[in-house]
Design a protein around this ligand. Structure first.
Ligand code: PEP
Ligand code: MN
Length: 464
């Protein structure tokens, strides 16, 4: 993010972006299409004030960075890199603290080290971070003890506490979404540009986490090997400047279209429109209607974009999404993030991949092994089994191996903390264990240890 590859410096500096241009008017066309999952802001004056402020505010990310990421995604789609995206299901304002953010970044850096060292593949690092504050929900209402209230839609919209006033959408929360995204990005840029992400720190990333367990121990061993390799390189006089800075991108679901629109800017170099709330934006399984507002809106942005595809997505759906979102068939533009479920991926994914391949389109195929594997435990927790998550990842690799296509990446819900939200792993979290440290407000996340275990499995799959 703060740094660019040597081949892209000119573009990195050409990021004069404006929101005043008339060219942005066409972006508003989404309002004419059916739209789902959008809050109704009750106070029009407050809404207007916030949107005026957002439109006038500096962009959070810059066009040059977004263009570099598009090239990185294209490399992943060709099998020359691997895309690793991870972070909370939903970020919260309260948890956007330095410690929590640092732990997530460290976890992703550690997973990347495992993948790069274990499978000799460059990793495109991406946080589900610095903007992931809004959630699509399956139900509009929630009932507890006979009381029914509007559902929680993420800190960007309303408050989690179960009271009537907390659940009223408040546009001021969008301003806080912007400022919290900015402070998160600021820390992210400092960590990844300021030496913290230097591969020579590979040991220190493990410090402060629970100090035993399979994932942790295997990581310590791998860090020792990396250290040894670095000492060897040092001894032969290698230049380490390239290790000091790391590209790290921000991504989130582009759910709230009025917010995304207010943070879109025209790039002065090309006159094209960039979503400047994050580098990579995706459309969720619930909002990917072909003639819906989200697809129309995202089609007008230059960013690399993702679309989630669940088990019921057809080849025809995929091809029509490509026609709308990637009519030029531009490498790196479109990523399909499949979330089929462990029991379905081997059955459903092959036809999709074959249909897309045969159409000549170039998309990056990424697996989200989380959202098709959500269950409720007998003691009432929304959870997932670690073995199902692993099984979906293995199925994803098997399908691509048998078709000769490219498994381009992994999209995870994880946290750097020692939460107990997902069943299993070598920490053997059982149903009783869920009660220990279940903190997520929405979907269950892998903890630090489980994230490392998963990275080792993926490294093995990648190096086959
Ligand atoms: C998510 O990524 O948190 C999510 C809601 O996913 P999906 O759109 O795939 O259900
Ligand atoms: Mn989720």
């Amino acid at each position: 993010m703060t740094q660019f590859s040597p081949d892209a410096p000119a573009r990195a500096h050409a990021f004069s972006l404006s929101s005043a241009d008339d060219g942005l008017a066409a972006l508003g066309a989404w309002r004419e299409y059916p739209r789902v999952q959008q809050p109704v802001w009750p106070d029009e004056e407050a809404r207007q004030g916030v949107f005026d402020a957002l439109r006038a505010a500096p962009p959070l990310v810059f066009a040059g960075e977004v263009d570099v990421l598009r090239e990185r995604v294209a490399a992943a789609a060709r099998g020359e890199a691997f895309l690793l995206a991870g972070g909370d299901c939903a970020e919260t304002f309260a948890d956007s603290t330095a410690d929590r953010i640092r732990n997530k970044i460290r976890t992703i850096l550690q997973m990347s080290a495992v993948l790069t060292y274990g499978a000799s593949v460059p990793v495109v690092k991406m946080g589900r971070m610095a903007g992931q504050f809004a959630k699509p929900r399956s139900a509009d209402e929630e009932t507890r003890d006979g009381v029914t209230l509007p559902t929680y839609r993420g800190d960007a919209v309303n408050e989690y506490s179960f009271t009537e006033s907390a659940r009223i959408p408040d546009p001021k929360r969008l301003w806080r979404t912007y400022t919290t995204s900015a402070s998160t990005l600021n820390l992210l840029r400092a960590f990844t540009g300021g030496g913290f992400a230097d591969l020579r720190e590979v040991h220190s990333w493990n410090r402060g986490f629970t100090s035993s367990g399979a994932g942790y121990d295997r990581y310590e061993e791998l860090a020792g090997q990396i250290d040894k390799a670095i000492r060897f390189m040092d001894a032969i006089g290698a230049d380490f400047d390239a290790l000091k800075v790391v590209e790290f991108y921000a991504s989130h679901e582009a759910l709230l279209l009025d917010y995304e629109e207010a943070l879109s800017r025209i790039d002065s170099r090309t006159g094209e429109i960039y979503g400047c709330s994050g580098h990579f934006l995706w459309i969720g399984e619930r909002t990917r209607q072909l003639d819906g507002a989200h697809v129309d809106f995202m089609a007008r942005l230059r960013n690399p974009i993702g679309v989630k595809l669940g088990p019921d997505a057809s080849v025809d759906d995929a091809l029509r999404l490509i026609d709308k979102l990637d009519p030029e068939r531009e490498p790196g533009r479109l990523t399909f993030i499949t979330r089929m479920g462990a029991g379905k991926i081997r059955d459903r994914l092959p036809a999709l991949v074959e249909g897309v391949r045969d159409s000549g389109a170039q998309v990056a195929w990424v697996t989200d092994p989380m959202h098709g594997n959500t269950i409720t435990s007998s003691n009432g927790y929304k959870t997932r089994r670690f073995e199902d998550i692993l099984d979906e990842v293995v199925g994803f690799f098997e399908v691509h191996q048998s078709l000769g296509t490219v498994p381009a990446g992994l999209h995870m819900e994880l946290t750097g903390d020692d939460v107990t939200e997902v069943l299993g792993g070598t920490g053997e979290i059982d149903e009783e264990g869920l009660t220990r440290r279940y903190e997520t407000l929405v979907d269950p996340r892998l903890n630090h240890q489980q994230s490392l275990e998963l990275a080792f499995l993926v490294a093995e799959m990648l190096s086959r």
